[in-house]
Design a protein around this ligand. Structure first.
Ligand SMILES: CC(C)(COP(=O)(O)OP(=O)(O)OC[C@H]1O[C@@H](n2cnc3c(N)ncnc32)[C@H](O)[C@@H]1OP(=O)(O)O)[C@@H](O)C(=O)NCCC(=O)NCCS
Length: 189
């Protein structure tokens, strides 16, 4: 079965390639990109994550896709869907997420790619709800969630179960979007 390749006006979301490794490791070593994570990532951790996500896409056809801007950049980060591997009050779930190299921020790439990932999740996977999560401090990521029409209920806030207990950003917010909300939103455009 072929991997899914998603296309938007400016982006291609595709499976990971070996050529992505250097840029991916550079992003994960950038303290500004990793500001709302417990730490930056070593080269080895970065490669391990790439291998894992590449394997998930090869197996299931979808996942956290590598994003490219055709004609401009062969790899800018990831945008896509994942199944959280921890237990929380909202799991099992499918989440939408993103991480881009800093020089590509502020151009609306994350919401553009994520909009297509949501379409795929609702139309092709038949999901009934998609969630997204980030630290309470990560306003940039929360802005992307809001642009997608996702909404937060403070009652859903949670301490991330895999985060270090002494990490000040352990508190996370959860945003949700149901298939019905997504369909209504699309119809209203
Ligand atoms: C979160 C992230 C993917 C946003 O992607 P993006 O393509 O830049 O998204 P947008 O262009 O829609 O910008 C989203 C918001 O980020 C902020 N922002 C954008 N560019 C910025 C920059 N260069 N510096 C600071 N803030 C910036 C703005 O508040 C913007 O909202 P606005 O459009 O209402 O002004 C990106 O900032 C990123 O990769 N951050 C680091 C990784 C991360 O935190 N991932 C999410 C973890 S859950």
């Amino acid at each position: 079965m072929d991997d899914v390749v998603l296309r938007t006006e400016r982006l291609v979301l595709r499976n990971w390639r070996d050529e992505d490794r250097d840029e991916w490791a550079a992003m994960n070593a950038d303290p500004e990109v990793m500001r709302h994570f417990p730490s930056t990532m070593t080269r080895e951790e970065s490669d391990t994550s790439l291998d894992r996500w590449k394997g998930v896409i090869a197996e299931t056809r979808w996942g956290l896709w590598a994003a490219e801007v055709p004609g401009e950049a062969p790899f800018i980060g990831f945008i896509g869907l994942a199944v959280p591997r921890f237990e929380a009050h909202f799991t099992p779930a499918v989440e939408v997420g993103w991480r881009l190299a800093r020089r590509f921020w502020g151009r609306g790439y994350a919401p553009e790619g994520a909009e297509e990932a949501l379409r795929f999740a609702f139309e092709e996977l038949g999901e009934r709800e998609i969630v997204s999560m980030t630290t309470a401090e990560n306003r940039k990521s929360q802005r992307v969630m809001e642009k997608l029409g996702m909404h937060r209920d403070p009652a859903d806030d949670f301490d991330h179960p895999t985060a270090p207990a002494d990490w000040p950003e352990r508190r996370h917010v959860l945003y949700r979007l149901s298939a019905d909300e997504w369909r209504r939103r699309r119809a209203g455009r």
